[in-house]
Ligand binder design. Structure first.
Ligand SMILES: Cc1cc2nc3c(=O)[nH]c(=O)nc-3n(C[C@H](O)[C@H](O)[C@H](O)COP(=O)(O)OP(=O)(O)OC[C@H]3O[C@@H](n4cnc5c(N)ncnc54)[C@H](O)[C@@H]3O)c2cc1C
Length: 264
């Protein structure tokens, strides 16, 4: 690990000031992605801005037809929340299957969504439910937020403050997990929302994406039969020691059918 200075602000405004003052500063929340990178010297920030003391970034609340989850909310809190379980059980299920107990007790929704790891779970729920990201500067629709591998629409001095999930009529999530890390090999989050059917695929490609052929088919016929003949193109999908692009393309179809069954 390289040397860095450490700051622990107590407001979003102060955290933004610290990040804006130093182009090589980095925010840290649960640290479950950033700390291993620092330990392996893969990242070299001059200062760390620890967000964990910012009260306005914590908590889960229902507002009208949406659930708003503060960025510092840990995976275990989403998994165990009666508010989330009551309104969007698929989201609580997703959170309960992230990593292991240690990861769920430290990792945060804000850290996961900001990091936009292609193999992370939350981006599929954010895109699949058509969520809105609240940052220190603005609100960003999920469709405009995830730009590519480990890349989002946020700027270096912008902080993710909360995620607003509209409550769907139905939703389901399924993933094929890496047996060691539980990271996603391929997953599908399917939701029937007030604005239509949304199908988000994670793990399979360099960035979470919408499977529009499945969305169109399910809009007309909400059944496994409607998507049975839809084949995911393997072009551009991830290929690594864990699985080929063709294997992941196959998994997309299987996970979509399981997510649909889970949605009911
Ligand atoms: C062994 C292991 C297994 C895991 N398995 C899974 C899994 O199955 N599924 C899964 O989805 N994830 C998995 N993870 C990742 C885990 O969910 C992380 O907690 C998560 O990716 C990052 O959250 P964090 O709060 O730890 O972020 P941090 O490590 O603190 O930060 C991650 C990145 O996001 C930035 N950041 C953090 N918070 C904010 C914010 N509020 N605004 C702007 N930028 C911010 C940081 O600067 C950093 O670049 C695993 C991790 C480990 C170590």
């Amino acid at each position: 690990m390289y040397d860095f200075s450490y700051h622990k602000p107590s407001s979003v405004a102060d955290a933004v000031k610290l990040l804006a003052a130093d182009p090589d500063a980095k925010a840290i929340s649960g640290g479950h992605t950033l700390l291993p990178a620092l330990k392996h010297r893969l990242n070299k920030p001059t200062s760390l801005v620890d967000l964990s003391g910012i009260a306005e970034m914590k908590g889960i609340k229902r507002e009208g037809n949406a659930i708003i989850i503060g960025a510092l909310t840990r995976h275990v809190e989403v998994a165990n929340s009666d508010v989330v379980k009551g309104a969007i059980p698929a989201l609580a299920y997703l959170a309960s299957h992230i990593g292991d107990n240690q990861v769920r007790n430290r990792g945060t929704i804000g850290g996961s969504v900001s990091n936009n790891d292609p193999a992370a779970d939350y981006p599929s729920a954010v895109l699949g439910l058509g969520a809105t990201i609240h940052t220190s500067k603005r609100k960003i629709a999920a469709d405009d937020f995830f730009l590519g591998m480990f890349t989002t629409a946020m700027e270096a001095d912008e902080i993710l403050v909360a995620v607003e999930f509209p409550i769907p009529e139905k939703a389901g999530y399924a993933k094929m997990k890496n047996p060691a890390s539980r990271y996603v090999m391929a997953g599908a989050f399917i939701a029937k929302t007030a604005s239509g059917v949304r199908v988000a695929i994670n793990g399979a490609g360099p960035c979470v994406f919408r499977q529009t052929a499945m969305e169109a088919a399910l809009a007309g016929n909400w059944s496994a039969a409607a998507i049975a003949g839809i084949k995911q193109d393997a072009d551009g999908l991830n290929s690594d020691i864990h699985g080929s692009a063709e294997y992941r393309a196959h998994l997309v179809g299987v996970m979509a059918k399981r997510a649909l069954a889970a949605a009911g």
